[in-house]
Design a protein around this ligand. Structure first.
Ligand SMILES: *Cc1c(COP(=O)(O)O)cnc(C)c1O
Length: 395
């Protein structure tokens, strides 16, 4: 693929991504355009970031108004958008308090620090370990990476941060066996996203909650990918009948502007005191204003009910494809996060879809992941599924 932008990029940008050969210049709703003017249906949505679609007018308006009002003053002062955003998140969740960061990894770093500090205050030193799941993904900074249960992401970066143990997801016995006096918390994604859209067994998360209560452990849910409406509830754990002590958010929080958040109950949040933790850009007024608009729209019960209905529709469509193509081993998902596990590499399917005007993502080498904007229309779902069917037919 010869393209002047790609040639230039490949000379000056670090080679950390297996990028698709696409230079995107514009987006609106569920569609994006490349620099040659070709239109694509976007079922990646910035990897579960643009949940309200591209260029949402209300979010653009909120951010633009704030840009000419006040952009940055530092967290040594109060600003109004951060207060309104935190109030909304507290009203809409189990949490009592929020700390704002700029990314998912940074939110998880905050969660790790909060758990350690809370536990040290409550139980004394030596109880600092966090158990997380194999096949998990929690981010790329050293702490979040150390919490990530996939060796391929660790390679070459050792030594990792000390204090993490991994157990298989959905295995309560293994989790119970891993708990000892050195453990302070359990960190899980309710649905493993990057790991291939792996769902929890029906009672798994509730059982983990009970175990944490019995052992005095904090339950931290990483809802960075599953939160903010993606599964048809504002937070995925609402499907499973439990509440965490700590939750991290990012991706969809400001619908494309960078923001992360760490939410906790009053008792746990109390471990953070002045100067215990900080972030220069956290909850800057522009991002917070955008996030406040996004959270307002994403928490609308009508939108969430539509996501659940669209999810059922996608499930039907994908199950039909599974019946037609033996290459599909499994169809997994909830709301508008879906994975299609193939018995072979998924890259050719992604490429064939792209050529036909549909953007999809492949994770774990063989899981085609669908993350359309939550505002996707039924006819857009039909068109996307038809292109996917055509692409699978080429295998
Ligand atoms: C994307 C993701 C992260 C990392 O977020 P960044 O903003 O890229 O740091 C962490 N956890 C989960 C579950 C994610 O999907």
């Amino acid at each position: 693929m010869s393209n002047k932008w790609i040639e230039r990029a490949d000379k000056v940008i670090m080679n950390t991504y297996g990028r698709q050969p696409l230079v995107l210049v514009k987006g609106e709703g569920c569609r994006v355009w490349d620099e040659a003017g070709k239109e694509y249906l976007d079922f990646v949505a910035g990897l579960a970031v643009c949940n309200l679609g591209h260029a949402h007018p209300e979010i653009a308006k909120a951010a633009a108004a704030q840009l000419t009002q006040l952009v940055h003053v530092s967290n040594i002062y109060y600003t109004t958008p951060m207060v309104e955003l935190a109030e909304a998140l507290v009203r809409l969740s189990f949490a009592d308090r929020v700390f704002f960061a700029n990314s998912g990894a940074e939110a998880n770093e905050g969660a790790i620090k909060l758990c350690r500090r809370y536990s040290r205050e409550k139980f004394g030193p030596g109880r600092h370990r966090i158990i997380s799941a194999l096949n998990s993904f929690h981010g790329r900074t050293m702490g979040a990476l150390s919490a990530t249960g996939q060796e391929k992401f660790h390679q070459g970066f050792e030594p990792l941060l000390e204090g993490f143990k991994f157990v298989p997801f959905n295995d309560l016995g293994a989790l119970a066996a891993a708990v000892d006096g050195s453990v302070c918390a359990v960190l899980l994604e309710p649905i493993q996203g990057e790991g291939g859209v792996c769902l929890p067994a029906a009672d798994y998360l509730k059982d983990v909650r009970r175990l944490c209560d019995e052992k005095g452990l904090l339950l931290v849910l990483d809802e960075i990918q599953t939160g903010l409406g993606r599964t048809g509830k504002l937070f995925a754990h609402e499907h499973y009948g439990l509440k965490p002590d700590v939750m991290t958010l990012a991706k969809g929080l400001a619908n494309g502007l960078p923001m992360g958040a760490l939410l906790a109950s009053e008792a746990v949040a109390g471990a953070f005191v002045p100067s215990a933790h900080a972030s220069t850009f956290g909850a800057g007024p522009v991002i917070a204003a955008a996030a406040k608009a996004a959270v307002g729209l994403l928490s609308d019960e009508k939108l969430l009910a539509e996501v659940r209905a669209k999810g059922a529709y996608v499930q039907k469509g994908l199950s039909r494809l599974q019946g037609k193509f033996p290459a599909i081993k499994e169809v997994r998902g909830l709301g508008l996060i879906w994975g299609l596990e193939l018995d072979q590499e998924g890259a050719p399917v992604v490429a064939a879809c792209r050529e036909r005007g549909l953007l999809l993502n492949c994770t774990q080498g063989n899981v085609i992941r669908l993350l359309p904007p939550l505002i996707v229309g039924m006819e857009e779902l039909d068109r996307g599924l038809a292109i996917l069917e055509e692409a699978l037919g080429l295998l």
